[in-house]
Design a binder for this molecule. Structure first.
Ligand SMILES: [Zn+2]
Length: 495
């Protein structure tokens, strides 16, 4: 799929016109619309409820240049970028439903470049499909939307949406891939291939190297599976000596059965998505390398299945993590924090300025925030501000959750330094964060619990969402241009 900027209306399968309620957006377009629609559309738009947020109206015309028009309601109020993204994604989905190949997006004149980019990306996002394994009931003559044209009055200096699009698609493909295909070795091989293509370094630690590094958390989780664990280290931009070093850590449980503390059968198939953090880190470094972003990045991916095989770790076991902390296992389904603990310890040797981990860590985070936002836990206030700015800018929502010291007490064990779950089933997302904070120690660290946002359940976003890539790329922009932080804060939706 290609995204392009055009400055003059050209023949297209579908013209998408987002319209603000009570605005002149439609009037400005009427003269350019096909003759047979010039009367129909104004009649339709007289209803006061027309153009409510997310309302779609599809029109067909006999015109050869503009055979179809989709009016998309943007509502009467200033909308958050999250809502704008969701709305434009629905428009993309509608284009796929009509089996269209080329669509043109024309936004109101005031839209700025980042809004245009967000909308273009959202259209493509809505049009994504994962159907490579479907044969019988798929119309293979339709290969999805091929081109998205973003119409603007003047040419845009940069429309960097293409790389973002490709990287989001890569992440979604990886997360949607089933675990019988996507093993730790598969991810490691993919990382090596992408590193070769785009110029970042990839080092793969195999089982023996993981043993040598004494990664007791990763080894314990992996021992119930026949798949060998892998610990993949990505490095990009080591030559940017003056730039900050950011270590990204991604939870890479390629399938999470829960282990001996087996999960219930319902929805267990979705646990192929428990490596979404690792996929997002890989996709982000891939995109940064393609964009040649002047920043030093590390990606740390602890990859393993969590299975209940005969050698599996068990409740009651006491393991020793890489930093020497002993952990009493009270539930083998709280495995993500064990592999992340070792990855955080490994990150320390690079003395990063920032460490950000992304993990589908707790069901409790979904209970707290639903599928609307990732939970953000951090030991550094300035990092929180920057990440929240990036979240507002991209519409990839974050919501801060506390890391109060009292949570540490709930992780006390009578026989080890810590337990891997709390003594009571409360504040589960923060408990996960508190466990990781022990291993992040004095590094500037943020934990993003993406359990609720990495994998969608509704019709719009069923399967992998690719959440986090746009957020992180925006975070890098903010980090690299602190002077323009004030500009970043502005509302970029229509105003
Ligand atoms: Zn688990």
């Amino acid at each position: 799929m290609q995204i392009k900027n055009i400055t003059a209306l050209a023949p297209t399968d579908l013209l998408i016109l987002p319209i603000r309620q009570g605005s002149h957006d439609l009037e400005l377009w009427l003269a350019k619309l096909p003759i047979d629609l010039r009367q129909t559309i104004p009649l339709f738009s007289q209803d006061k409820d027309t153009f409510k947020l997310g309302q779609m109206q599809f029109f067909q015309s006999s015109d050869a240049v503009l055979p179809r028009i989709l009016l998309v309601g943007l509502g009467a109020k200033t909308i958050e970028n999250y809502q704008l993204f969701q709305t434009m994604a629905k428009a993309g989905q509608s284009a796929v439903k009509h089996q269209l190949k080329a669509v043109t997006l024309a936004l109101p004149v005031e839209a700025d470049q980042s809004t245009l980019q967000l909308c273009g990306t959202a259209l493509a996002w809505g049009a994504y499909r994962f159907d490579k394994y479907k044969h019988a009931d798929t119309d293979k003559t339709y290969a999805g939307i091929q081109e998205i044209h973003v119409l603007t009055a003047a040419p845009l200096p940069v429309l960097a949406g293409q790389i973002t699009l490709d990287a989001v698609q890569l992440i979604r493909d990886l997360v949607n891939e089933p675990s019988n295909v996507l093993t730790p070795q598969f991810v490691a091989a993919m990382a090596i291939q992408l590193g070769k293509e785009t110029g970042f370094q990839v080092t793969v630690l195999d089982h023996a190297a993981i043993v040598a590094e004494k990664m007791g958390g990763l080894l314990a989780v992996s021992q119930g599976s026949k798949q060998e664990p892998q610990f993949v280290v990505l490095e990009y931009g080591a030559d940017f000596k003056d730039s900050p070093t950011v270590a990204l850590v991604g939870k890479g449980i390629t399938f999470d059965s829960g282990g001996i503390s087996l999960k219930p059968g319902k929805d267990m198939h979705e646990m192929k998505m428990d490596m979404a953090g690792a996929a997002t880190v890989l996709g982000t470094i891939y995109a940064a390398a393609l964009n040649q972003t002047p920043i030093h990045l590390l990606g740390l991916l602890p990859l393993t299945d969590n299975m209940p095989g005969s050698k599996a770790y068990k409740p009651g076991d006491i393991i020793t993590c890489m930093d020497g902390t002993s952990v009493e296992i009270l539930n083998t389904d709280a495995e993500g924090r064990l592999v992340l603990a070792d990855a955080l310890t490994y990150a320390r040797r690079f003395q990063p300025d920032y460490v950000i981990d992304l993990a589908t860590l707790t069901g409790a985070c979904i209970v707290a925030l639903g599928h609307e936002a990732a939970g953000l836990m951090t030991n550094q206030e300035a990092l929180k501000t920057q990440l929240c700015q990036a979240a507002a800018q991209t519409g990839e929502r974050l919501w801060p959750l506390p890391l109060w010291p009292e949570y540490d007490e709930l992780l006390q064990s009578t026989v080890a330094d810590m337990a891997n779950i709390a003594s009571k089933p409360i504040a589960g997302a923060s408990i996960g964060g508190a466990f990781l904070a022990h291993f992040a120690k004095d590094m500037n660290w943020a934990h993003l619990d993406i359990a609720g946002v990495a994998f969608g359940e509704d019709a719009l976003s069923h399967g992998a969402t690719g959440y986090g890539l746009r957020l992180l790329l925006e975070f890098f922009t903010i980090l690299l241009a602190p002077a323009s932080a004030a500009i970043m804060q502005r509302t970029i939706s229509f105003h």
